[in-house]
Each structure stands twice: as structure tokens, then as C-alpha cells.
Design a protein around this ligand. Sequence first.
Ligand SMILES: NC(=O)c1ccc[n+]([C@@H]2O[C@H](COP(=O)([O-])OP(=O)(O)OC[C@H]3O[C@@H](n4cnc5c(N)ncnc54)[C@H](OP(=O)(O)O)[C@@H]3O)[C@@H](O)[C@H]2O)c1
Length: 262
Amino acid sequence: MKVGFIGCGNLGGSLIKGLLNAGALRAEELVASDVSDEKLGELGKFGIETTTDSKKLVEHCDVIFIAVKPDVVESVLEETKEFSKGKLFVSVAAGVSTKFIEARTRGRVIRVMPNICGLVGEMASCFSLGTRASKEDEELIEKLLAAMGMTFKVDEKLMNVVTGLSGSGPAYFYFIVQALQEAGVELGLSSEIALKLAAQTAKGAGEVILREGKTLEELTGMVCTPKGTTIEGIKVLEERKVADALRDAVKAAARRAKELSR
Ligand SMILES: NC(=O)c1ccc[n+]([C@@H]2O[C@H](COP(=O)([O-])OP(=O)(O)OC[C@H]3O[C@@H](n4cnc5c(N)ncnc54)[C@H](OP(=O)(O)O)[C@@H]3O)[C@@H](O)[C@H]2O)c1
């Protein structure tokens, strides 16, 4: 099986590296296409075949990930249509529907909303099948996505929500970790130690949620004892309405995904 990537920027590049790191695909099974020689040069170092000719890539691949910006998807589909019959197209473009893609290709289509954490095998993703996708296509994409983390099949109408939550989500956590780091530095820690403490705490807290099977209230209670230290921090978060701000952030990103929808 040959798997091609059209668009090898932040997301496409992270998926390629994630699939290689996970051992889900070998370098010989991958082909990367981009308009940027610099990005292709970096991927070429992994032994992957690279090209600037997306038409050729589609001709020679069985599965094609489309990882260009949403407004470039249409031109990529037009350019590659003549070789699209019998191929599986996997689009990661925010807001671009399977219907839009199916109307512009002869291939089968699956829409995925991943995030960049596939790079380290910790991706959260969702996928939706287009009308022509088969059971085998579903099994294949589920296997590839699961190799890089956690994946769920969802109704396509929820894809904009997934985009606002987990697609954009890594940036929310970077934002929070940066604020925690800055506070640590202001209080005397080195920048490096403060960053690592904040990042490891985010990672550990997430792992505990996923592995312990306790509710968030129970877990908060394990850290936050009455008259203790944590409750003082939580009080500030509540007073400043941080929960409202985070909810609004997800809604704003989901709204933007809807605006981009085609
Ligand atoms: N970044 C994320 O965290 C994230 C998460 C979920 C989904 N996505 C989705 O992933 C897609 C890519 O996002 P990104 O952040 O990876 O963007 P990006 O970093 O700009 O990557 C897109 C790449 O495609 C290249 N490109 C442009 N036109 C092309 C063409 N006709 N053929 C081949 N390559 C072409 C771009 O080159 P130039 O830069 O030279 O134009 C760039 O290297 C988007 O649709 C986005 O909605 C991204």
C-alpha cells in the first residue's frame, strides 16, 4: 500500500512523522507532495519519496491525505481528478465536507479532524465517512489514526465542534502552560524548570483522567483539600471566570470552522 500526503506543513508533516514513529507505515510506503522544497527536503531525510507533482502522487498512491489549507483543497482536487478513481482520499481540512470533496473527485472520501499531537503518538482525532467509503476504508483509517493516539467515529455534523475542541486544543494547553511557566518564573523558578513542571503536570493530569476512571470532581477533590493551598488557586480561576473563557474559546473556534464550511 502507498500512502501519499498532499501538503506537508504543520499538520501533514506531523502525521507523516507520527505514522513513521508509531511504526504504522514504513518510509517506502509514503509519498509526500508540497509546493515547498524546504518541507519536502526535511521529509526526504526520513527516506520518503517526495514530489512537487500531486497528480503523479495520486496516480501512484492508494490512499491520499489532503493536508493543505481549506481554501486550497478545491484546486488540489481539480488538479488530481483524472487519477482519482479507485483511490481513498482522507481530508484533514477544517470545515471541508465529504460532500464537497466527493463532488470534485471520483475517489472514496473520509474526513478526519486530527491534531498535531500525532507527532508523539498522543493524538486525539475524529473521523467521518463519505458516502462512497467502504468498511475496509474505515478499518484502515481507524488503524492508522489509532496508531497515533485515540480516535472516534462521529457524525460529520459534529466535526466543527471537534475542530474547536481537540483540533485547536493543543494551542489552548500551550497557552495555559505558558501562563503557568511565567508565574513560576516570576516566583523564582528557572524558565526551563517552570516549563517542564507545567508541561509534565498537564501531561500527568490528562493521563490520570484517562486511566483512573474517576470523575473530574473526584480528581479535583484529591488535589484540592479544604483550607489547603490549591483551593486558593481555584478560587482565583473561578473569580476570573476562566471556565467561561475556555468554553467560549472552543465555541469561537467551532464557529470559525463553521464559517469556513463548504
Ligand atoms: N495545524 C493544525 O494543528 C491543524 C489541526 C487540524 C487540522 N488542520 C488542517 O490541516 C490542513 C493543513 O494545515 P497546516 O496547519 O498544516 O497548514 P500549513 O502548515 O500551511 O501546511 C500546508 C502545506 O501545504 C502546502 N501547499 C499549499 N498549496 C499546495 C498545493 N497546491 N499542493 C501541495 N501543497 C501545497 C503549503 O505550502 P506553502 O506554505 O508554501 O503555501 C504548506 O506547506 C488545514 O486544512 C487545516 O485545517 C490543521
